[in-house]
Ligand binder design. Structure first.
Ligand code: ZN
Ligand code: ZN
Length: 415
């Protein structure tokens, strides 16, 4: 049993960012959400829970993009700031040993029953944003402007941000001048880090179906072997990064699955593999995607095989921190959390659909990371691990503090 003991934050006095914090309520939200994760785009109970919390605070709210929830606090003159928290869990069997660990199951789109876990820590994001909303709703004399709270479903499948935007998010809520967001990571709890410029990679997932001609394994002359052909494709796809893309631009082309055939003496009629492509720059992304098409179609042609089918599984947009706004957030966080607890970091190869919320209306965004573990206790688990169980404190107070600080960096004065 490794249940972290929640500690009561001590920086809750008058005038502090956390003034009036109800830590017990915050921990109650987290314990509930952690034990009740839901799969992407199926966050019905989570949406009901979030809406009930907002109702309880008297914050107007509406559903958007299916299981998304938007809350709006209108507090007089001033800028409009949006803050996003993603709400979905993952198909993982939780193995944290926490006494509030998830034991729930869900159903994937294809009907498969799976265990579900908040394995990416999105429950910390929702808890922090709901707590920030409570603090700011209680303290409307200390700030001015409009705060839009975006509880976004389906981050893990890159479906949620698009679903909310397509459902008229920015027609139904006031258009923000900046969109903020944060993510828990396997760093020291109490610290945050952010990058200036690119924050996370774009990601494209593709499925390639290679068509051949079936034959007896003893009569290869009658076949077009999709396994040999697919193997050539996979090998040649490695040259996109090693021989085509400028080595100064990071890129990844990974083939994570390859399936073909049922028996050793049958040459099958098809093979199927998937690709995951990560890039930081739009031109490099276009270059990599074009190279995949050229190589896959070209290899099939030289084998005399039919043209393969290339399908998009998902695409994650860029996650870009506007340098000027990142500067503003960084200095606000440094002032609030202390110099030693804020670091500037390099972009990561992971991906997020957060950027679409701002890019869809051409406004800047800033996305930062906050730690969720006590590094003194050893190497923390990574996001999406069955052992990913952030320490409740000081993770939740830090997430809340960072959220309030980021928001007040724009709305923190009365005109
Ligand atoms: Zn994740
Ligand atoms: Zn995540």
């Amino acid at each position: 049993m490794t249940t972290p003991t929640p500690t009561t934050p001590n920086e809750t006095g008058p005038g502090s960012v956390l003034a009036g914090l109800d830590a017990e309520h915050m921990h109650g939200i987290y314990l509930h959400l952690h034990a009740h994760p839901e799969l992407s785009m199926q966050e019905h109970a989570t949406a009901d829970y979030v809406a009930a919390e907002l109702d309880g605070l008297g914050i107007e709210n509406f559903r958007c993009g299916g299981t998304g929830v938007v809350g709006i606090i209108r507090n007089g003159e001033g800028p409009v700031v949006a803050f996003r928290a993603d709400t979905d869990g993952l198909p993982i069997a939780e193995d944290t040993g926490l006494d509030y660990a998830s034991t729930v199951t869900g159903t994937l789109e294809d009907g498969t029953a799976v265990p579900v876990m908040h394995g990416c820590g999105h429950d910390t994001h929702v808890t922090s944003l709901l707590t920030a909303a409570r603090l700011l709703a209680d303290r409307t004399d200390a700030w001015s402007g409009t705060l839009v709270l975006v509880f976004q479903p389906g981050e893990e499948t890159a479906a949620g941000a698009r679903a909310m935007v397509d459902d008229g998010l920015w027609d139904r809520a006031p258009r923000p001048e900046v969109v903020l967001g944060q993510h828990v990571m396997p760093g020291q709890a109490g610290t945050v880090n952010l990058s200036h410029g690119t924050a996370m990679a774009m990601a494209d997932a593709l499925r390639v179906t290679v068509y051949g001609k079936q034959s007896h394994g003893s009569q290869p002359q009658a076949s077009i072997d999709p396994i040999v052909l697919g193997a050539h494709m996979i090998a040649r796809l490695q040259t996109i990064v090693s021989r085509e893309i400028d080595p100064r631009s990071p890129a990844v082309v990974t083939s994570g699955t390859f399936h073909a055939g049922l028996k050793e003496n049958i040459i099958p009629d098809r093979a199927e593999f998937t690709l995951n492509i990560r890039t930081f720059e739009q031109e490099v992304r276009s270059q990599a995607l074009a190279a995949v098409r050229r190589i896959v179609i070209g290899e099939a042609a030289v084998s005399g095989a039919p043209e393969p089918l290339i399908e998009e599984i998902y695409t994650f947009p860029r996650c870009h921190n506007d340098p000027a706004e990142a500067e503003r957030i960084e200095s606000a966080l440094r002032a609030e959390l202390g110099e030693e607890n804020v670091a500037v970091s390099e972009p990561v190869m992971g991906s997020e659909d957060f950027g679409h919320l701002a890019d869809s209306i051409g406004v800047p965004s800033v996305f930062w990371m906050f730690g969720g573990f006590d590094l003194g206790e050893g190497e923390p688990p990574v996001n999406h691990s069955p052992f990913f169980g952030p320490a409740m404190e000081p993770t939740l107070t830090t997430g809340t503090r960072a959220a309030v600080t980021g928001i007040l960096a724009y709305l923190g004065t009365k005109p």
